[in-house]
Unconditional design. Structure first.
Length: 549
């Protein structure tokens, strides 16, 4: 097992600081345990990239997972993305997988277990899967599903009866690019969810020049591809508005995509984590167009001005200052951009402890979530080798009241310390007991559903928002919760982690507080709704008023 204290020491922190951190970790109360309940829950999904060995960048890149309520029964179901055997990629190797691999949908039975409903739901896509996100794009009350592939992407329209229809062509979402991370957002606030699709690179199977220990060429061996912004026309179809919206970059190498309101102006901005090149941060101009402000906001590059191999970005206000910060895992130390609220970000990975924890790993997915319900967002980091099926440890970083993150991975139970080749991850309260659980997609291995045991010793509140004038999922809503004199914020957002999506319900840890003083919701259309004196430990469903207040 890795000595976590040594990791801190070798970052050149003075010895007295090293001792203080280690003693602090020892003196803290017992942390919640993360228990692997995958098999017990009835989940038997096995990811495969279709080959006998990892032999190209396509096999190394995917895949993600989704927490979403596809049947509208109030608990979160699971969608898992799989690879495929494709002759042009793996040649004769892996032929035994031909036609056998598919994505999987598991229905939550409401008792801690899941049932595989892939076949009856019609969602078992057999493409070489990368990512998935779900949202109610047509405002009919059920969640539709977008899946990206190396090869044709797939858009599943929810029929409302437990089944889905492949609606890709009819919706106008066909394209020939390598789709990867994506996000739903209502960028023009017309009440319908638009779709930003990240695209990766132009893979050439005949290019075979590479550093031998890497086993295959890396991303800089290929040309990049432009992302696509699809505008929802409100009639069940989309239109490509990439160029007129100002987000066209023909040589991008997108990996992860995320969206939220970075500047507190009421509209959604977009962050694109690019591989081995600068990132994009598209600020919403409020007129249907965007401006890339990554360079001027210091989010384009890493802590030393380097182009990182950025993976799955995640927004969250880790220091409770009212502005959304940004975490971007990568193949180095990771990036943690603190939003100053003055139009730029400060890269804080070294100062906050992220760099020391991540430096020895290849990090793919990151999630902000309040794992112990103390009111501060903690961090999950999922790791795995990028060129070989070589397992690495995942990491859990505890937020010490916004001052620093402390690696408590060794204190989260023996299940959490088992190594896998991780890729995507999502968080959500699958058993509705008040604390957030973890779903991890591992390459060429089983997925993991990790139950949070003990996070609900502190109090909590979950908010389920339903839009009426705004999009039905209320994506783009800003929730401000004040408890014990401290204010937390959450944005209702789409994509989360690497190629994945977490539960839409906004989750707040309340510590020992039993009553929320004030809850303010700024709905996407601008309506502000205020509730006061709310009891803790409940799921609160709030419907958007029909007029502005």
């Amino acid at each position: 097992m890795v000595n976590r204290c040594n990791n801190i020491f070798f970052t050149m922190i003075p010895i007295i600081g090293f001792i203080t951190i280690c003693e602090m970790a020892k003196s803290e109360p017992t942390f919640p345990i993360l228990t692997d309940v995958t098999e017990k829950a009835g989940i038997h999904f096995q990811h495969s990239f279709g080959d006998d060995q990892m032999s190209n960048i396509i096999e190394a890149t995917g895949a993600g997972c989704v927490f979403f309520d596809y049947d509208g029964d109030g608990d979160i179901d699971i969608y898992l993305v799989n690879g495929a055997y494709i002759k042009d990629l793996s040649h004769v190797k892996g032929r035994h997988n031909e036609g056998k691999l598919m994505n999987a949908l598991y229905r939550n039975n409401g008792d801690g277990s899941y049932t595989d409903v892939t076949q009856e739901s019609g969602t078992g896509d057999k493409g070489f899967g990368m990512a998935a996100v779900a949202a109610d794009y047509d405002n009919d009350g059920d969640a539709d599903l977008w899946v990206t592939n190396w090869g044709p992407n797939v858009f599943y329209r929810n029929n409302g009866d437990g089944t889905f229809t492949n609606y890709t062509k009819e919706a106008g979402l066909e394209n020939d690019l390598w789709g990867i991370g994506s996000t739903f957002l209502d960028y023009d606030k017309d009440g319908y969810l638009d779709l930003y699709v990240g695209n990766y690179l132009e893979y050439d199977p005949n290019y075979n020049y590479y550093y031998a220990p890497d086993h295959f060429p890396g991303p800089l061996s290929y040309h990049g591809q432009p992302d696509i912004l699809y505008h929802n026309k409100g009639d069940g179809t989309f239109e490509d508005v990439t160029k007129q919206a100002g987000v066209y970059n023909p040589e991008g190498r997108a990996m992860g995509i995320s969206s939220c309101d970075i500047d507190n102006d009421g509209d959604m901005d977009i962050f694109v984590a690019n591989d081995a090149m600068e990132n994009y941060l598209y600020q919403n101009n409020g007129d249907g167009t965007f401006t890339d402000i990554a360079l001027e906001t210091a989010t384009g590059f890493g802590q030393n001005g380097e182009a990182t191999s950025a993976m799955g970005p995640e927004f969250g206000d880790f220091d409770l200052d009212g502005y959304m910060d940004l975490m971007v895992p990568d193949m180095g130390y990771g990036c943690l951009y603190r939003n100053t609220g003055q139009g730029y970000f400060e890269e804080m990975s070294a100062q906050m402890g992220l760099a020391a924890a991540c430096g020895q790993y290849t990090s793919w997915s990151g999630n902000f979530f309040d794992y112990d319900n103390d009111g501060y967002l903690d961090i999950l980091i999922v790791n795995g080798d990028p060129h070989k099926v070589k397992p690495e440890e995942d990491i859990l970083l505890w937020n010490d009241q916004g001052r620093r993150f402390v690696d408590i991975s060794a204190q989260c139970g023996s299940d959490f310390q088992i190594d896998f080749v991780g890729r995507g991850s999502a968080v959500g309260d699958y058993d509705d007991d008040g604390d957030l659980d973890i779903l991890i997609l591992n390459v060429n291995d089983r997925c993991r559903l990790m139950r949070n045991d003990g996070g609900n010793k502190n109090n909590w509140l979950k908010i389920h928002t339903i839009g009426t004038v705004s999009n039905r999922d209320a994506i783009g809503a800003r929730i401000r919760l004040t408890v014990g004199g401290i204010t937390q914020i959450r944005d209702i957002t789409s994509s989360s982690g690497y190629l994945s999506q977490s539960d839409y319900r906004a989750h707040f840890g309340l510590g020992q507080n039993t009553n929320v003083e004030k809850l303010e919701i700024r709905w996407p259309n601008g309506t502000v709704q205020i509730l006061e004196n709310i009891d803790a430990n409940q799921v609160l469903t709030i419907t958007e008023p029909n007029s502005k207040s």
